[in-house]
Design a protein around this ligand. Structure first.
Ligand code: ATP
Ligand code: MG
Length: 500
């Protein structure tokens, strides 16, 4: 699924999930509304009818008393109307299911209706004794009985109302509870979906960022932590990234191989040239004229520069192609330092530089290094120091124990390196802005090679410098290094400006 589709689907699911608590709340409110309505249409209506019936029975009683005093047609008609109204109300009581109240009151009213007619007839024929008897023996007991029916009906209605109100209260509580539960679940689910959605995007982004950084750091064959089979933009991006880094790695290898072959091929003809030059200088092909001698010297110097460059290029490319072998063997550290001191002693005298090699106590007698390569490193560092230190300056090489490692520091009082350029001195072909202070021309490869060799020995190389005051290069090497082939391009070198 594409990223856009996944995002849209995720948002739709979150929106749907959040609508669920709304629906639950709506259903609960609906139930509550039903209960309130049935309360209004049932119990409240019934209590209204019961009140009106009580009034109507009172009306019947009053009209009947009035008829006993003034037996006119009007009073009679009013009594009949009151009876009818009461009967109608008693009829409507059936609708509210109040046991037999309606039925009994209706029966009482039905008993009263003919009795009223007979009482009125007796009054009209002046037989008030008969009328009184009818009133007391039929009408008054019937009215009393009807009145008595009202109280139990009212009691029943009250208890029913209380039950209904309690039901409504529990419905409110239930609505609250279910809405809250639904809301909590919906929020949890929405949160989970949002989390999964974010993770599905942020993880490949982080992996891509790590991949970019790895490639920028020179780890060209870096494998991304993303499935290339993913059927979305990230899958395609990962596949392209993988292709790109594979091609870069191949190109890098090709480049290193090319430089390696080219520089190797250069060596043979240069050696032939140097060989013939030596023979010419030795007079094997006849004596050289005074004019020819400086020319052959210049040709020889230039040929040696090319030979050095070819050999440096070969060194760098060999390491980069992964073929830079470390041939570590036990060597006597003291002898190694003696040879170094001896080699640079002559140069120091020539350049009028105070050069000394200091051995701190506790140095191991023997170390397991590729002596030839480490000599190349110390040679490069010392060459640089001599190159940038003017006559009268000091150069010191200090060898000291450092735990299970040995530190070799080359310190000079030369030109120094500007702080902003210090981080770059280990880069290939990089030369700082201090070339005017250099006593010889270089190519900017010495430190790059030194770093490769030190890294292959699992060591560290660092540099501190202050322009005008001097420079210090330090290497830290394990006492014993395993023979191995260098792989990858991890660089341990670091630089820092020296505080004044
Ligand atoms: P190469 O060593 O290939 O002949 P190079 O000496 O110029 O040439 P590196 O040894 O790699 O190259 O040094 C890189 C740059 O670092 C130098 O050109 C110089 O600017 C600076 N540098 C190195 N060592 C010193 C030092 N001791 N004092 C001052 N600058 C230095
Ligand atoms: Mg150099």
């Amino acid at each position: 699924m594409t990223l856009r589709a996944r995002l849209a689907l995720g948002l739709v699911i979150i929106a749907t999930v959040l609508v669920v608590p709304l629906l639950v709340a709506r259903a609960s409110l609906h139930r509550l509304h039903d209960q309130v309505r049935s309360l209004r249409e049932g119990e409240f209506q019934a209590s209204l009818v019961l009140g009106r019936l009580r009034d109507a029975l009172g009306d019947v009683r009053a009209r009947e008393l009035a008829l006993g005093v003034t037996p006119t047609d009007t009073v009679h008609a009013q009594l009949v109307a009151a009876l009818r109204a009461a009967t109608a109300l008693a009829d409507s009581l059936d609708h509210f299911r109040l046991d037999s109240a309606g039925h009994r009151i209706r029966a009482d009213l039905a008993t009263m209706t003919p009795a009223v007619e007979r009482e009125y007839a007796a009054m009209r024929s002046d037989s008030s004794a008969l009328a009184d008897r009818i009133s007391q023996s039929i009408i008054a007991p019937a009215l009393q009985d009807a009145d008595r029916q009202l109280s139990p009906a009212e009691l029943l209605l009250r208890s029913r109302t209380r039950d209904r109100v309690l039901d409504a209260e529990s419905a409110v509580m239930e609505a609250q509870r279910s809405t809250l539960t639904a809301l909590t679940l919906a929020l949890l689910l929405a949160g989970l979906i949002a989390f999964l959605l974010t993770r599905s995007i942020s993880r490949p982004v982080v992996a891509l960022e790590a991949g970019m950084r790895a490639v920028a750091d020179g780890e060209l064959g870096h494998t991304l932590d993303i499935r290339t089979g993913r059927n979305d933009e990230f899958g395609r991006l990962a596949a392209s990234f993988q292709d790109m880094s594979r091609q870069l790695a191949e190109l890098d290898k090709l480049k290193a191989e090319f430089v390696s072959i080219a520089s190797h091929e250069l060596k043979t003809p240069i050696n032939v040239i140097l060989g013939y030059l030596t023979l010419m200088e030795e007079g094997v092909y006849g004596p050289l004229t005074e004019k020819q001698k400086p020319v052959t010297k210049t040709i020889e110097a230039q040929a040696r520069t090319i030979a050095r460059l070819a050999s440096q290029l070969l060194d760098v490319s060999r390491f980069e192609a992964g073929g830079g072998r470390i041939d570590a063997r036990p060597v006597n550290l003291s002898t190694m330092l003696d040879e170094l001191e001896h080699t640079f002693h002559v140069l120091a005298v020539q350049r009028e530089i105070d050069f000394r090699v200091t051995r701190r106590p506790g140095l191991p007698g023997e170390v397991v290094w590729d002596a030839e390569r480490i000599n190349e490193v110390t040679g490069n560092l010392l060459s640089n120091a001599f190159k940038f230190t003017p006559p009268g300056g000091t150069i010191e090489l200090i060898a000291a124990p450092a735990g299970d490692r040995v530190s070799i520091t080359v310190r000079d009082t030369g030109a120094g390196i500007p702080p902003d350029q210090l981080p770059h001195v280990f880069e290939k072909f990089y030369q700082a802005d201090n070339q005017r202070s250099a006593s010889a021309k270089g190519t900017g490869l010495g430190l790059a090679i030194a770093r490769e060799i030190v890294t292959a020995h699992k060591g560290d190389i660092t540099c501190e410098s202050e322009p005008g005051k001097g420079t210090t290069f330090s290497i830290l090497l394990p006492v014993s290094v395993e023979n191995r082939r260098k792989t990858g391009a991890s660089h341990h070198a670091s630089t820092s400006g020296q505080s004044a």
